[in-house]
Unconditional design. Structure first.
Lengths: 299, 449, 383
C-alpha cells in the first residue's frame, strides 16, 4: 500500500481509510508547520456582496503565501516590462475559492471587504499625487521623494500600512463568504462545494502544491513541490465519474506524462444544511477515497 | 500505416502549448519570450534543488516587483469619477496610440473609458489614475481644451483600490477582465459586444421569401416533381424492401436508408422562437491585430465574437443556447456579400476559415507544386474532397462563437461552429455543385471516389 | 501505404454494406445517361426493365446471417458470416482481437499450422513486442535516475559513475530500437488442446460481437440478419425491447439512451460513413470515410440528447476535446431532438402497420444537429 497517490501506478489502487495525511517536510522553505504562525494575511475581497473574488496585491503577502504556505494562486496582471505577452504575468494574484477557505479556516488569513475598507481608510489618508512621482536614475535605481522626477507610477497597494481597527470593522466571516460564493456560482451546489473543499484540503495537507486543472481537463493539477522548479505528476478529477471519464482521464493524463487521480468524499449529513453547520462540517476530518488511473494502452 | 494505430497508441501532446505550464522566470529576458525550462520530477532534499528553487522564486519576485509607470514625457492621466451608480474614468487629454479601440469621445476632446479599459491601461503602466474630488468635478464641468488641473491635489489610486472600485459594482467581473486583458496583450482589438447588423433571422427570411416569390408557379411545379425524386422517399419503411428492389449502386442503397432528420446550415434561423433565458450573452467583439479596416466608429464585421463564461457559474450550453448565440452574432450572408463586392468578398470569407501560419503556407506552396503535376480529373477530384472535408471540419456558413471559459483564474478558449454533415443545405450544395455536378454530395461513399 | 497494398484492400473491402446488389450479383451495370440525349434515356429505361424482369433480386437468395443473443451479447459464430460483416461495412468486433476477428489466423501463424511459409506479425503481436521493449526501457531508466540522484548528492562512487555512463548509452540504443517482426513460435502446453491429430486448429474460439445499435441496424434497416435467443427467433419488436433493456434502464420515454444513440448511428450510416465505437477516446462514435484499414477516423462524435436534464460541465468537454485533439480528430457534438409528444414508447405499438413501419415513422421524428467544437489558441490566429 502506498501512502502517496503519485506512487500507485499501474492499476487503480484504493487508499486506506484510516491513513493519516503525511506531514513530511518536502522542501526547505515550505514549512507548513502550524506552530509558528505569522499574523493573518489580509485577503482582499473584491465585489464582496455579489461575486466575491480574492485578489492579492501585496508582494510580501504573495511571497508569504508561496514560500510558507505553498499557496500558488494565479497571476493575472500585465507585467509592465513585457506588456505584450501572456506567459509571464504579474500582480494581482487570484486565489481559488478553495485556497481562500483553507487559508481562513487555518487562521492564516482574514477576509476583508476591500472596497469599504479602502474607502474608510481614505478619510484619514495623507497620500497625495506627489507620492507617485519618482526619479529613475540611469543605473536603474528608483528614488522616491526626489526633487526631480522623471517617472510617474502606480503602486500595487497604498503605502500607509494596515489599519487594524478598520480591518476588524470590515472583516467578512468565512460563513458569509462561502454563502455568497455559492449563491453567485449556481453551477456549484452547497454539497458539491463542501466535497470539493474536503478533497482539496486532503491534497493540500499532503503538502502538494495545487493549481486549477481545466487546461489539462481536470479540476486540479498536483505538483510535488513548487511548480517553478518541478513537473506535475497528477491530474485530479473531483467527485463522481463514469466509465468514459476514466478512459478520457487515463488517456489524457498519460499523454502528458501524468497520472489521473479520481477522488471523492462522502459527507455524512443531510442535503439541506442550515447555515451554522457548514463550518463544522468543513472541519470534520473526512478522509476521501482516492484512486489513481494510468492508461496501460498499447504504447 | 498499420490498421488501428490511432486507437491504440497514446500520442504525446503534439501541440505543446507553453502557456499550459508554470513558466521558468529565470528565462525571462530580452524579448519576454519564454523558453521551456529544465525542471525536476521529484524533490530529493538536496541543497542543489533547494538553491535552484530559491533562485527561481527570486527571479519571479524580482520581475513582478518592477514598477508600473511611464516617463513623464508620455504622461497620460485619468481620473476615476463616481456619482451614485454612475462611474467611469475620464481622460481630459489623450496621448499615445492606445485609443484605436479604447474609449468613447465626449465633449471638448475628453475621452471616457469603461472599467476594463481603465484597469488595463493602468496595470500595464501606461496611465496613472486619481480619484476625483469636488474641485475636479467643477473643473470638468467647465472644462475647455487646454485647461490645466493640478493633479497633485488628488488622491492617486493604487491598483488594489482601482480593482475594488472598478469591479465592485458587478457590471464587469474579474473573469471578463482576464479575457479582455489576455486578448489585448496579444494585440487584438476588443470592444464590448454590440450587434451592429440587423437581425440574421429577418434578413434570411426576407431573402427566402424573395426567392420563393420570384420562382412563383415554377417552384410549385418543381416541388411537385421533387416528390418523385428518390431523395424525398424513405423506402426503408417498407418491410420487404431489399427483397423487392434492384440496386445498381450503393449510393442508391444509402439514399434508401435515409430516415433520421438532420440539420442543414441556417436551420436555426427558420424557427422564430426566441424564448430562451439569457444565461449566455456575447461579451466582446474582437478583431485581429492586423485588421487594417478597423475603426472604432465604423467597425467592420468582427473576426471573433466572444462569450465569457465562468466554469463554476454555467455548465456547457444547450443546443438552444448555442443556436441563439449563433443567430445573434454579427454576420453577413454570402448572398449579401456578392451583391456588393462580387467575387472578392467571397474569397475573403473563405480566408476567414483557414488559419494561416507560416508552416501552413510552406505546406500550401508544396501542395500547389504537386497539384500542377496532376491531371485535370485528379485536380477536380482533390478539390472536391478538400472542399467537402473543409465543410465537415469548419461548417458551411462560417458561423461560430468563441467561448472564453474561466475557472479559478485559468483561461481556456473554445470555438463552437455550426456544423453540416448531410451537405443538403443550399450553401454546401452550391460549393460542391460548382466542382462536381449532379452527385449526391451528402453520401460519403460514392463507389468511384 | 503502397499502391499494391491499396489495390488489395480495395478488392477485399469493395462493398460498404452486407447487402448484395444486382450489379454485383450478375456483373451487370446500367448504361450512362446523358441529359441532352433522349436516346440514352430510352436505352437506360429499356435496360432497367430488362434487368428487373429477368433477374431475381439477389438478397432473396442470400441466407440471413445468424446472430445469437446470449448473456446480453449479440454474437456471430460462423467464420464466413464474421468475414462478411467485417469486410462489408466493418460491423462488430472480434472478442479476442482488437477489432477485426484475427484470432484464428494469429493462432495458426503462431503455432506454425499454416502451409504458407511467410508469416508476419499481426497487430496484436507487434504490441506485445513493443510492450516488452518499453518495459525494459523503463527499468533501465529508473536505474539511471537512481544513480543520477546519487550524483547530485555527490555520493556517487567511480564504479557507479561508469555504470551511469553505460546506462545512458544503453538507453539511447533501446529508445531507437525497432521491433523485430519475425515470429518466434513456441508451443505451450495449453496450445495442445487447440490442435487435433492432423495438426489442424480444432475450432475458432473467437466470435464477432455486435453492439446493440449495430445489430439493430442490420436487422431493422438492412434486414440481413436473423437473431435468435435460446433457439427462438426474435421478432423486430422483441429485438427492439432487448436492445433498449441492454442499456440498463427500462424504456418508457423517447429520450432513452439506446434510441438517441441509434438515431445518430442510423443517420451517419445512411450517409455512407463507417461508424464504430468511440469508447477508446471517451466519445460515443468514430466516423471513418471507408473503414479502419484505409484511413484513421476523422471525426469523433459525442452524443447529447436535447433535453433539459442532460447537463455537461466544462471539464467533461475540455477533457474530451483534449483527448480527441491529440489524435487530430474533429470533435463533433451531435445533439439529438426526439419526439416530444410521446410520453410512453410502449404505446407506439398500438399504431397501425407492421413493426417496421411503426418504428420507421417513430425514428423519422428524431433530428440530429451537429455542432463542431474546437480549441482556440489566440496566439495562433493573430494574422
Amino acid at each position: 500500500m502506498t501512502r502517496d497517490p503519485r506512487h500507485s501506478m499501474d492499476t487503480s489502487r484504493q487508499h486506506d481509510n484510516d491513513m493519516e495525511p503525511a506531514a513530511v517536510d518536502k522542501m526547505v522553505g515550505s514549512d507548513t508547520a502550524s506552530g509558528s504562525l505569522e499574523p493573518p494575511i489580509i485577503l482582499p475581497v473584491i465585489n464582496a456582496h455579489q461575486d466575491p473574488q480574492v485578489l492579492i496585491f501585496n508582494l510580501n503577502d504573495l511571497k508569504q503565501l508561496r514560500n510558507q504556505y505553498g499557496i500558488l494562486g494565479v497571476l493575472l496582471g500585465t507585467l509592465s516590462q513585457y506588456p505584450q505577452q501572456n506567459f509571464f504575468l504579474s500582480i494581482p494574484l487570484r486565489l481559488s475559492v478553495y485556497e481562500v477557505v483553507w487559508l481562513v479556516e487555518t487562521r492564516r488569513g482574514i477576509l476583508v471587504d476591500q472596497l469599504k475598507y479602502r474607502k474608510d481608510k481614505l478619510l484619514t489618508s495623507k497620500q497625495t499625487g506627489k507620492d507617485i512621482k519618482v526619479h529613475v536614475r540611469k543605473d536603474g535605481v528608483i528614488e522616491e521623494n526626489a526633487h526631480e522626477y522623471n517617472f510617474i507610477t502606480t503602486r500595487n497597494t497604498d503605502k500607509e500600512g494596515r489599519n487594524e481597527e478598520l480591518i476588524h470593522e470590515h472583516q467578512i466571516q468565512l460563513q458569509e463568504y462561502i454563502d455568497q460564493y455559492i449563491v453567485s456560482n449556481k453551477q456549484l451546489s452547497r454539497k458539491q462545494f463542501m466535497c470539493n473543499y474536503q478533497n482539496f484540503k486532503y491534497f493540500k495537507e499532503l503538502n502538494y502544491y495545487i493549481s486549477p486543472g481545466l487546461k489539462f481537463g481536470g479540476d486540479l493539477v498536483l505538483y510535488p513541490s513548487d511548480p517553478l522548479r518541478f513537473h506535475s505528476h497528477s491530474i485530479v478529477r473531483l467527485g463522481s465519474i463514469d466509465l468514459n471519464d476514466i478512459i478520457i482521464g487515463g488517456r489524457l493524463a498519460t499523454g502528458v506524462k501524468k497520472n489521473y487521480i479520481v477522488v471523492d468524499t462522502q459527507i455524512n449529513s443531510n442535503e439541506d444544511h442550515d447555515h451554522e453547520s457548514i463550518i463544522t462540517i468543513l472541519q470534520k476530518p473526512d478522509t476521501p477515497k482516492v484512486f489513481s488511473v494510468e492508461w496501460a494502452g498499447f504504447g | 500505416m498499420s490498421q488501428d494505430d490511432d486507437e491504440s497508441v497514446i500520442p504525446r501532446e503534439v501541440e505543446f502549448d507553453i502557456e499550459d505550464e508554470t513558466p521558468d522566470w529565470s528565462t525571462l529576458s530580452g524579448s519576454g519570450i519564454p523558453k521551456r525550462g529544465d525542471k525536476d520530477f521529484e524533490p530529493d532534499s538536496t541543497a542543489i534543488q533547494s538553491q535552484s528553487l530559491q533562485s527561481a522564486r527570486e527571479a519571479m519576485y524580482g520581475a513582478i516587483s518592477g514598477i508600473r509607470g511611464h516617463h513623464v514625457k508620455q504622461l497620460l492621466v485619468g481620473v476615476w469619477i463616481e456619482d451614485g451608480s454612475e462611474y467611469c474614468c475620464v481622460i481630459p487629454r489623450i496621448k499615445g496610440n492606445y485609443f484605436r479601440d479604447i474609449g468613447i469621445a465626449g465633449p471638448n476632446n475628453v475621452v471616457y473609458l469603461n472599467e476594463l479599459e481603465t484597469v488595463y491601461l493602468v496595470e500595464r503602466g501606461s496611465m496613472v489614475i486619481y480619484l476625483a474630488n469636488e474641485l475636479f468635478m467643477t473643473f470638468l464641468k467647465e472644462f475647455k481644451k487646454d485647461d490645466e488641473f493640478d493633479y497633485d491635489t488628488l488622491y492617486p489610486l493604487d491598483l488594489e483600490f482601482l480593482y475594488s472600485l472598478a469591479f465592485g459594482h458587478g457590471k464587469y467581473g474579474i473573469d471578463e477582465y482576464q479575457i479582455y486583458s489576455y486578448l489585448k496583450r496579444h494585440g487584438y482589438m476588443v470592444l464590448p459586444y454590440r450587434q451592429f447588423t440587423t437581425s440574421q433571422v429577418d434578413r434570411y427570411n426576407a431573402y427566402q421569401d424573395k426567392i420563393n416569390s420570384n420562382q412563383g408557379i415554377w417552384s410549385t411545379i418543381t416541388n411537385w416533381f421533387g416528390w418523385f425524386k428518390t431523395e424525398e422517399k424513405f423506402p426503408i419503411i417498407d418491410s420487404m424492401h431489399y427483397l423487392q428492389t434492384h440496386y445498381f449502386n450503393f449510393t442508391d442503397v444509402f439514399q434508401s436508408l435515409r430516415l433520421i432528420q438532420s440539420y442543414e446550415t441556417f436551420d436555426s434561423l427558420k424557427s422564430k422562437d426566441s424564448k430562451i433565458d439569457d444565461d449566455f450573452k456575447l461579451t466582446f467583439n474582437v478583431w485581429k491585430p492586423g485588421n487594417s479596416t478597423f475603426s472604432k466608429k465604423n467597425p467592420p464585421l468582427p473576426d471573433f465574437q466572444i462569450l465569457v463564461v465562468n466554469a463554476d457559474k454555467n455548465g456547457f450550453p444547450k443546443l438552444g443556447d448555442i443556436q441563439k448565440l449563433l443567430n445573434g452574432i454579427n454576420y453577413e450572408f454570402s448572398f449579401e456579400i456578392k451583391n456588393s463586392n462580387g467575387v472578392k468578398a467571397e474569397k475573403k470569407i473563405r480566408k476567414k476559415n483557414t488559419m494561416a501560419t507560416s508552416k501552413k503556407e510552406i505546406r500550401q506552396a508544396q501542395r500547389e507544386k504537386r497539384i500542377q503535376s496532376q491531371s485535370i480529373d485528379q485536380q477536380t477530384r482533390n478539390e472536391y474532397l478538400k472542399t467537402r472535408d473543409s465543410i465537415f471540419k469548419n461548417g458551411a456558413s462560417g458561423r461560430s462563437i468563441i467561448l472564453g471559459v474561466v475557472s479559478n483564474g485559468i483561461i481556456n478558449f473554445f470555438n463552437l461552429i455550426e456544423g453540416d454533415f448531410n451537405l443538403r443545405g443550399e450553401l454546401s450544395k452550391n460549393k460542391l455543385e460548382g466542382i462536381y455536378k449532379g452527385r449526391n454530395h451528402g453520401i460519403i461513399y460514392n463507389g468511384d471516389l | 501505404m503502397g499502391k499494391f497494398h491499396r489495390k488489395q484492400l480495395n478488392k477485399i473491402y469493395a462493398y460498404p454494406l452486407p447487402v448484395t446488389i444486382t450489379s454485383e450479383a450478375y456483373s451487370i451495370s446500367l448504361p450512362e445517361v446523358y441529359p441532352h440525349n433522349p436516346l440514352s434515356w430510352l436505352y437506360f429505361t429499356l435496360k432497367y426493365w430488362q434487368y428487373t424482369l429477368t433477374y431475381e433480386v439477389p438478397q432473396l437468395s442470400i441466407p440471413l446471417i445468424n446472430v445469437e443473443y446470449i448473456n446480453g451479447t449479440f454474437a456471430v459464430y460462423d467464420d464466413n458470416d464474421m468475414t462478411r460483416l467485417w469486410t462489408r461495412g466493418f460491423f462488430g468486433k472480434g472478442i479476442l482481437s482488437r477489432s477485426e476477428p484475427t484470432w484464428k489466423d494469429r493462432t495458426i501463424n503462431r503455432l506454425n499450422l499454416s502451409t504458407s511459409s511467410t508469416t508476419s506479425l499481426a497487430m496484436e503481436d507487434v504490441t506485445v513486442k513493443r510492450r516488452e521493449g518499453r518495459q525494459k526501457f523503463k527499468d533501465e531508466r529508473s536505474k539511471l535516475q537512481a544513480l543520477e540522484l546519487l550524483q547530485r548528492k555527490g555520493e556517487i562512487s567511480p564504479d557507479d559513475l561508469k555504470t551511469l555512463e553505460e546506462l545512458r548509452d544503453n538507453l539511447n540504443v533501446l529508445k531507437n530500437a525497432s521491433i523485430n517482426r519475425q515470429v518466434d513460435s513456441e508451443v505451450r502446453d495449453e496450445d495442445e488442446e487447440l490442435i487435433d491429430d492432423s495438426n489442424q486448429l480444432i475450432n475458432n474460439l473467437e466470435f464477432l460481437q455486435l453492439q446493440p445499435i449495430e445489430a439493430f441496424f442490420l436487422k431493422f434497416a438492412l434486414n440481413v440478419i436473423s437473431v435468435s435467443n435460446n433457439n427462438l427467433d426474435l421478432s423486430l419488436r422483441e429485438m427492439f425491447q432487448i436492445c433498449c433493456e441492454s442499456y440498463g434502464t427500462t424504456i418508457s420515454l423517447p429520450n432513452h439512451r439506446f434510441l438517441i444513440e441509434y438515431a445518430v448511428y442510423h443517420h451517419y450510416r445512411s450517409l455512407g460513413w463507417c461508424v464504430r465505437s468511440g469508447i477508446k477516446f471517451g466519445c460515443d462514435m468514430l466516423l471513418y470515410k471507408r473503414g479502419p484499414p484505409f484511413t484513421h477516423a476523422e471525426h469523433a462524435v459525442m452524443i447529447i440528447p436535447n433535453d433539459p436534464e442532460t447537463q455537461y460541465d466544462w471539464f467533461d468537454m475540455a477533457s474530451r476535446a483534449r483527448v480527441i485533439g491529440t489524435v487530430k480528430k474533429n470533435f463533433v457534438i451531435a445533439f439529438v431532438d426526439y419526439p416530444q409528444d410521446i410520453t410512453d414508447i410502449n404505446l407506439i405499438w398500438n399504431q397501425p402497420g407492421s413493426d417496421k413501419e411503426i418504428l420507421s415513422r417513430f425514428f423519422e421524428s428524431f433530428k440530429v444537429t451537429e455542432i463542431l467544437y474546437k480549441r482556440w489558441t489566440p496566439s495562433r490566429t493573430r494574422d
